[in-house]
Design a protein around this ligand. Structure first.
Ligand code: DAH
Length: 344
């Protein structure tokens, strides 16, 4: 029966052409040609009704068988082509390599230390307050017992905006702003940026400070000492020793600077047989300035005579350098991710 022979020829021909089709596009052309709605198989099938009735069942079965066979052959070839296309795309890659994990962001070390210190103080009952970075001469100097001709103003190189408006050189003006709007008793800390006309290995034009102030009846230097000792031990460890050295600030009387035993050498002055580079062999490093609020500051904010208080100011970068053993202040501002990622 020639229709069955034609069908079988079609399969054979198709097998050959399939073997030569080596893109999915060629395969699709071939499929449409053979199996499409107006394709060759459809045309052969359309001839079936014209056959003598006794031949139709055999021819019909043959047509169905060939149709299934063709579809299966296309399917196989298609899978093979897809597989080789994928293999090509992967050539040169090692698919067993582990994927690249997404980068996890991290807080800046200055933020970490500032947050840590704020938490320590809030746990002791202090409240976090803030003030403007662009400040008036009055709050930055005058009310802090530094009148215009006061020599202490030379201690700080100020970035002026106008004669009376400046970038705050310390966080101490927040003390004044707080007392000017609130009555005692109060216990506040004020973290923030400060600005000075200074730029070298150990100074940057902007850095961070945290100011502290506690005012009440009967506050003494013992409260100051206890509070700061608690701070230092919480940040640097319970074995850290603390020493108060007499100093001078116009806004405190008496004033002191606080040293802690060196975190690198533990206060011995030498580290791994070398002179300690952090404390310069002294065993101590300075971390902050403090004192009892000067009566002149209280009178600038019209506080009553019967209160007393302590204040302190510390440099956040300095604490971070000591705590993490960072030797170069500029690291904080270059924002090299290799540096920053260590704090994740
Ligand atoms: N304001 C000082 C500075 O920037 C730091 C300071 C010292 C703040 C003593 C204080 C203090 O509140 O009592 O260097």
């Amino acid at each position: 029966m020639d229709i069955v022979a034609t069908l079988e020829n079609l399969v054979r021909e198709m097998e050959e052409r399939l073997a030569r089709a080596d893109t999915l596009e060629e395969l699709e052309v071939l499929r449409a040609d053979v199996l499409g709605r107006k394709g060759r198989l459809a045309r052969i099938i359309s001839r079936l009704p014209g056959l003598p009735p006794e031949d139709r069942p055999v021819a019909g079965q043959a047509a169905n068988r060939i149709k299934e066979r063709c579809a299966a052959l296309f399917g196989e070839r298609r899978s093979a082509l897809l597989a080789s296309r994928e293999a090509e795309a992967l050539a040169g890659f090692d698919p067993t390599l582990p994927g690249r994990a997404p980068w996890r962001g991290s807080l800046h070390p200055v933020t970490l230390i500032a947050d840590e210190i704020c938490e320590i103080f809030t746990a002791m009952g202090f409240e976090v307050v803030s003030g403007p970075e662009v400040e008036n001469d009055h709050y930055n100097f005058e009310a802090l017992n530094m009148p215009p001709e006061h020599p202490a103003r030379d201690m700080q190189d100020t970035l002026y905006i106008t004669e009376k408006v400046l970038m705050r050189t310390h966080t101490s003006p927040v003390q004044v702003r707080t007392m000017a709007t609130r009555a005692a008793p109060l216990a506040v800390i004020a973290p923030g940026k400060v600005y000075r006309r200074d730029s070298d290995l150990t100074h940057t034009p902007m850095f961070h400070q945290i100011e502290g102030l506690m005012v009440d009846n009967g506050i003494t230097m013992a409260h100051l000492r206890g509070t700061l000792t608690a701070l230092v031990r919480a940040v640097f460890g319970s074995r850290t020793r603390v020493r108060f050295r007499p100093s001078f600030f116009p806004f405190t009387e008496p004033s002191a600077e606080v040293d802690i035993s060196c975190c690198l050498c533990g206060g011995k002055g030498h580290h791994r047989g070398e002179p300690c580079r952090v404390c310069k062999e002294t065993g101590w490093v300075e971390i902050l300035g403090c004192g009892m609020v000067d009566p002149a500051v209280f009178s600038a904010v019209n506080y009553p005579d019967n209160v007393s208080g302590f204040a302190f100011g510390l440099g956040v970068e300095r604490v971070a350098m000591l705590k993490y053993g960072i030797g170069d202040l500029r690291m904080f501002f270059e924002n090299d991710v290799r540096f920053l990622r260590q704090f994740a």
